[in-house]
Ligand binder design. Structure first.
Ligand code: HEM
Length: 471
């Protein structure tokens, strides 16, 4: 099933074979070029007055802005896409400059190709994690020993085995009943009688953070605790999404790191002696099977890895799935009628098309040529999953929601290779159950046309927001 997206202008009623039809530039093309778009609007207003002098000036401005903001210019930077809908620009970039493009503003190569992202993520001996030579501030924000996201080789594989004991698919039915459903029902109960809600703040942001608090055995109904954790996650995500740069981002990251350590330290110490069924107790009890004896610092590092991995990422993914559900009537109908196959496929398509984590960084360990681009040793590479997941060389009709893609999970939203997301089964569970709860409890849910319309806002971690709904 393929559909035309009225909100983004993407896609067409395209038969599966008509690949060219969905690769055309969409009406929202100029959304990626705000200055040019504004210039056109200005030109249009003034043309009617036939003021030749003004027209000349505006044409000059248009020429200048084209030189600096057009993605075909070597001076163009992805920084201009913050808060803008980026996908038409990725297509244009690919067409005009190729699959691997230098970005002077981001000071790194943008990798737009599905295959090249996969190649880099699968080969950790040739491409290292950005954090491998992280600046000292990273160790201030997260002191102690490294956890999975900062380990390599055999050590990394052993640590992953421990994480998988906490996050394996077999545990999901139990987590669904004990942690996910209570949290979702609690969130929906709070707005159910009101007839309206803002679903980013009242559902998407609530669920992952409270589910993790619940899994750690913390008082997940505590609103102050929940607000603090949510803010710390946002600050940390923004900080590493910009390669740990920027004074203000660093300051906020330090505060967030400090807050999380203070929250978890007493708990980690307590559970060392007094075990329960929560994540922290399980880490104490099971780490030795794969990792050997663990110290307090190890447990804190693992807890922080899990906590951070789950928060902002899943919040954005839930918001994006809900947005797509609300804005695609035929898809919505298919999902409501089949809350198994169609719903699962829909969740994967929402992750592929809108993602949540838009990119991950790596560095090259040696000179290499990638898709024609000459990469130097130690150059930074921005693996642009958001673009790779719509790569026309990999996907037919890449901009369309297609509930019949095979296999539905072959996108890169969770990474591929040895560092594929450890929490992906839990993330999928939370997204799925949020949609099911909305379908069951508010079948006539719709966007509120009298309120601010959703935009694909933010930068490295993105979602459509706000989601004002009525029911
Ligand atoms: C939709 C939600 C999520 C998305 C889009 C996502 C995405 C990702 C991505 C792209 C990576 C790879 C990072 C890299 O290689 O640089 C990753 C790793 C990781 N994720 Fe997730 N994640 C999500 C949810 C979760 C959840 C719910 C958890 C934990 C409960 C989690 C825990 C982790 C951990 C621990 C890693 C490190 C894996 C390793 O280095 O081996 N994630 N995730």
């Amino acid at each position: 099933m393929s559909v035309f997206n009225r909100n983004t202008g993407e896609g067409t009623q395209c038969p599966a074979t008509n690949v060219a039809a969905c690769q055309r530039l969409e009406p929202s093309f100029f959304a990626g070029f705000p200055r040019i778009s504004r210039s056109f609007a200005v030109i249009e207003r003034h043309l009617s007055d036939m003021m030749t002098e003004m027209q000349k000036l505006l044409e000059q401005e248009l020429k200048m802005s084209k030189e600096t903001t057009s993605s075909s210019s070597p001076n163009w930077t992805m920084l201009t896409l913050a808060d803008e809908y980026p996908f038409p620009t990725y297509d244009e970039l690919r067409k005009s400059r190729g699959q691997v493009v230098w970005d002077p503003g981001m000071n790194c190569w943008l990798v737009l190709s599905y295959d090249v992202c996969k190649l880099i993520e699968s080969d950790e001996s040739s491409y290292r994690l950005f954090g491998a030579d992280a600046p000292p501030v990273v160790f201030e924000v997260k002191p102690g020993r490294p956890a999975a996201s900062a380990l390599f080789g055999e050590e990394h594989a052993r640590m992953r085995r421990l994480y998988l004991k906490l996050l394996s698919p077999a545990l999901m039915p139990q987590y669904r009943v004990e942690h996910v459903l209570p949290v979702i029902n609690h969130a929906v109960d709070r707005f159910a009688k009101r007839g309206s809600a803002e679903l980013v703040a009242e559902l998407a942001d609530e669920v992952p953070n409270r589910v993790m608090l619940s899994l750690f055995g913390l008082p997940w109904k505590d609103d102050t605790l929940m607000e603090n954790v949510s803010q710390w996650h946002k600050d940390l995500a923004a900080w590493f999404g910009m390669k740990y740069q920027g004074e203000e981002l660093n300051r906020k990251a330090r505060i967030a790191g400090d807050g999380l350590n203070k929250l978890f330290m007493p708990l980690v110490l307590e559970r060392k002696e007094k075990r329960g069924s929560d994540f922290i107790s399980q880490i104490w009890s099971r780490a030795h099977e794969d990792w050997g004896e663990v110290e307090v610092d190890d447990v804190i590092a693992i807890v922080r890895d899990l906590e951070l991995g789950a928060g902002e990422t899943t919040t954005n993914a839930i918001a994006n799935a809900v947005y797509m559900f609300l804005t695609e009537p035929s898809i919505r109908e298919a999902v409501m009628n089949d809350q198994q196959g169609a719903l699962n496929a829909f969740v994967e398509e929402s992750l592929r098309l809108l993602g949540s984590v838009q990119w991950r960084f790596r560095k090259a360990n040696q000179d290499v040529t990638l898709a024609g681009a000459a990469i130097k040793k130690d150059d930074a590479l921005c693996l642009l999953h958001a673009a790779a997941n719509r790569d026309p060389e990999h996907y037919a009709c890449p901009h369309m929601i297609d509930l019949n893609r095979k296999p539905p999970t072959d996108h890169e939203a969770f990474n591929v290779g040895p560092r594929i997301c450890l929490g992906m089964h839990l993330a999928r569970l939370m997204i799925r159950e949020c949609l099911k709860a909305l379908i069951a409890r508010h079948p006539n849910l719709r966007l509120d046309p009298s309120k601010e319309a959703p935009r694909f806002r933010a930068f490295s971690h993105r979602s459509f927001a706000p989601l004002h709904v009525i029911f």
